[in-house]
Ligand binder design. Structure first.
Ligand code: GDP
Ligand code: MG
Length: 828
């Protein structure tokens, strides 16, 4: 029977995991091993994925993945038997010193004896980042959601006369090189060789956390365990005999609470003791892998001993031999490089593997994982007295609502709606103040600097440009406050859980949903949020389709044009535009999945952490961190872009007597617009529209202000050159950009956006309604704004994605706008 055949509430024991490669490995490391009991907790509202409970934590699998796990319904005789055998697995002390690993090289130590380098290694959500922050005083992102830390972070601090360097590494379940995070961690341990590894283990879920500990025991580098979330263990009423666990594992253990800093001094003192070789609690043990495997290791040892001298020193020989036996290609490559006799070993290994697998009736990887979990189960049986399952039941109660088959989606959409309301409605107040402030500064500077190019550059280009970025800050902060709250409480994982099936249709993961939703506010934080997606291909696809999600900066364009050309069908047109964006995003995702990213590199398997009440401090830190990032990185880009657009629209200077429209036309920007115009004629966009689109490349809100300038000038018969010949990207972009409220009354909007007046179509005489429609579609889909491109470059990793994005999106925009224009032309 397969796990996917079990019904909600049923449970079974695992017989084996089918399939191969990364998925199988990952799932076994997460505790899906022979004999283990799994319970079906609930189905997502769309019946897929499914939430399972095992070893006291919750994990979601897709139905197709659960179908790869063979189980036996509760109480079968076979499962009992294996289960018991597992728990008997024991350990031996390491007697022959074969597991000694060399410390960091001698040269590396000179002059830095007072410096200790530590690396935080632990499961996702074990609190590594919290510990890192507590130790180093940093503000790294903490979240109750796996995959939040994607790259290593380095921090430094001093303690009792030592300088500490600490690395916060991505979360891993094991050290096998099947996922990018595991590879990253393993590489860190081989290349940097920390003086002391700090294994961060969550006390609230010891069984799975200790699995990674067994891997670390195997490599035999110096280590201490930070038994984090000790508060949760205490609250649950469980008791743990820490000393006994120390004896059984040979690893010094220090209970800590990273969130409020409890136990940190003791942890660091233990690190110092280990570093100074004064720690009596650390001892190396061998996990016993059972007779068959131990025999095979013995045979390998005899043969491989000739080259022991050549073995890499950072991992124990026993570990390297075990991995060689398992056929770990990373270790194979490592040994092949340095061992002269390597070539002779492979046949022997293959023979041993065949023999062992025949004897055990399962493959080596499964057997090793099973024995490791057996070791953990045995150790916990002697040391842990479970308490009440309070946290689990609170979590279950919340989940009963938020992942309910009827209520799940309404609750989700309600929360999304609240998030947007808060972001844009609440954000309007501080926005108003900032806007006022910017205007005041503009006025002040404008009063001091004499009229002329410098004056205009300062006031319109720089203050206007920077101002147009700063006004969005409250939105960004509120948006991230909400998101941080959702992440840290654990709700984000549920949102990904219920959305997975829908997202799977377009080849993505449930986790891609949140970044896309955020994109409706602003694509930039949306793209940045894609960072939490573990799978590289899904992450890149999510990043690339994000710009199709219509952000709030594009809304003023629609509002202005629908008011002018479709006054009686405004909402219908608006909705169709948004839907077009979503459809193009979905189609593009499918296309990318079919062509550039054929295979998804990580399985869906996702842990659903218990709900935790976020602390004010972490939420605030996160919010501020994002705000700063926004200001620094994106602000820089927008600033530069605004100045560039300003320059292009300001020069060459018009001759006296020109109207604003003429001025715009003869500016560099106007010339570019003129140049591009033939390409835009087939889609019904007149040259002024083209100029506006070209100006909007920097930031889409500039499109509206440009149109405003061009047409307001045309309307006024008595144009006086000087004042009206405002450059295209004048301060109006501030107003147009921030008016993102959907139900603002249309006239006010048209006024704010277009400056003087777009008198309901009358003055835009060179437009047709159809042209306006294709203009809006084009504006929606084309060239992502520069801030978005900067974010794409950072998150997808490389200029080629930026280039792809620019070319592809503009092409798509043209094709879709053309189609609409051509098809629409048949009816009008
Ligand atoms: P990481 O994925 O290992 O980096 O874990 P994080 O540092 O992001 O923390 C995961 C979650 O556990 C967050 O919600 C933290 O607030 C929470 N957390 C971290 N340390 C503790 C602790 O000592 N006690 C409790 N109760 N929660 C903690
Ligand atoms: Mg982290």
């Amino acid at each position: 029977m397969r796990l996917s055949d079990l019904h909600t509430g049923q449970s079974g024991h695992i017989i084996k995991v089918l399939g191969h490669g990364g998925f199988r490995r990952r799932i076994m490391e997460m505790g899906f091993v022979r004999g283990r009991r799994v319970e079906v907790i609930l189905n997502a509202p769309l019946k897929d994925p499914i939430k399972y409970g095992l070893m006291g934590y919750e994990v979601s699998l897709r139905r197709s993945e659960a179908a790869m796990i063979e189980v036996e319904v509760e109480g079968g005789p076979r499962s009992r038997e294996v289960n018991d055998r597992n728990a008997e697995a024991g350990y031996n002390d390491c007697a022959d010193g074969e597991c000694e690993t060399a410390p960091r090289t001698a040269e590396g130590l000179v002059g830095r004896e007072r410096q200790i380098e530590i690396a935080l290694v632990g499961n996702p959500n074990s609190g590594k980042s919290s510990l890192y922050n507590a130790l180093s005083g940093s503000h790294e992102h903490v979240g109750n959601y796996s995959g939040v830390t994607v790259e290593g972070k380095r921090g430094a601090f001093s303690f009792r006369g030592y300088e500490f360097i600490v690395y916060d590494l991505p979360g891993t379940y094991a050290l096998s090189p099947y996922s990018p995070e595991e590879l990253y961690v393993r590489r860190h341990l081989t290349e940097r060789i920390p003086d002391v590894i700090v294994n961060v283990a969550a006390a609230s879920n010891l069984e799975r956390n200790l699995y990674l500990t067994t891997e670390l025991i195997d490599i035999a580098q110096e280590m201490v365990m930070a038994l984090n979330m000790y508060d949760e263990l205490e609250q649950s009423g469980a008791t743990l005999d820490v000393e006994a666990l120390e004896t059984l594992t040979g690893v010094p253990i220090v209970p800590v609470v990273a969130r409020d800093g409890r136990g940190l001094d003791e942890l660091l003192q233990t690190v110092i003791d280990i570093y100074e070789h004064r720690c009596t609690r650390s001892r190396h043990v061998h996990i016993n892998y059972g007779v068959a495997i131990e025999d095979a290791l013995g045979k390998l040892r005899e043969t491989m001993a000739v080259d022991f001298g050549h073995f890499p020193k950072h991992f124990s020989r026993r570990y390297l031999m075990l991995k060689f036996l398992e056929g770990d290609d990373y270790v194979e490559r490592m040994l092949a490089e340095v061992c002269p006799h390597y070539g002779e070993w492979t046949p022997l290994r293959d023979e041993l593997v065949a023999r062992v697998e025949k004897e055990l009736g399962e493959d080596i990887a499964t057997a090793v994982t099973g024995e490791k979990y057996g070791f953990v189960a045995g150790a916990l049986r002697e040391t842990l007295t479970p308490g009440r399952a309070d946290q689990i039941s609170t979590t279950a109660a919340i989940d009963a609502i938020v992942t309910h088959k009827l209520w799940g989606f309404p609750v989700f959409f309600l929360l999304m709606w609240l998030m947007f309301e808060a972001t844009f409605k609440l954000g309007q107040y501080p926005m108003g103040w900032i806007e006022g402030g910017v205007e005041w500064i503009g006025g002040l500077v404008g009063g001091i600097v004499p009229a002329g190019a410098l004056h205009d550059l300062l006031v319109d280009g720089i203050i206007g440009g920077v101002g147009s970025v700063i006004v969005f800050l409250p939105n960004i902060l509120i948006l991230f406050l909400c998101i941080s709250f959702m992440e840290d409480s654990g709700y984000m994982a549920r949102a990904a859980f219920i959305m997975d099936k829908v997202m799977h249709r377009i080849g993505l993961h449930g986790k891609s949903f949140i970044p896309l939703v955020m994109g409706f506010g602003c694509n930039v934080p949306g793209i940045m949020a894609a960072r939490a997606i573990e799978s590289r291909s899904s992450r890149i696809i999510t990043v690339l389709i994000s710009p199709f999600i219509s952000c709030s900066a594009r809304l003023p364009i629609y509002i202005m044009l629908t008011a002018a050309f479709f006054p009686s069908h405004a909402s219908l047109v608006l909705i169709s535009i948004y839907v077009t964006g979503i459809v193009m995003a979905a189609l593009t995702a499918l296309l990318l999945r079919r062509t550039m990213f054929k295979r998804d590199d990580t399985p869906f398997v996702m842990e659903l952490p218990p709900y935790r009440l976020p602390t004010l401090r972490t939420v605030a830190r996160h919010m501020w961190g994002k705000g700063r990032q926004y200001l620094r990185k994106m602000g820089g880009v927008i600033l530069v872009a605004s100045i560039a657009v300003w320059l292009l629209s300001y020069y060459p200077r018009p001759s006296v007597g020109m109207t604003a429209a003429q001025q715009s036309e003869q500016s560099w920007l106007g010339r570019v617009g003129r140049f591009v115009e033939p390409a835009m004629r087939p889609i019904g966009i007149p040259w002024k529209g083209t100029v506006a689109l070209v100006a909007g490349v920097g930031a889409k809100e500039v499109t509206v202000s440009t149109l405003g300038v061009l047409y307001s000038a045309e309307t006024k018969a008595d144009t006086k050159t000087k004042t009206d010949a405002e450059p295209a990207a004048d301060g109006a972009s501030i107003e147009s950009g921030i008016d993102v409220d959907v139900d603002v009354d249309v006239e006010a909007k048209a006024e704010a956006g277009a400056g003087a007046a777009i008198g309901a179509g009358t003055t835009m005489s060179d437009w047709t309604p159809l042209g306006a429609l294709s203009f809006m579609i084009f504006a929606l889909l084309y060239f992502p704004c520069l801030a978005a491109l900067a974010a794409i470059r950072k998150e997808a990793g490389g200029m080629r994605w930026v280039a792809l994005s620019v070319v592809y999106n503009t092409l798509v925009a043209w094709v879709v706008a053309f189609a609409i224009h051509a098809i629409g032309g048949l009816f009008v």
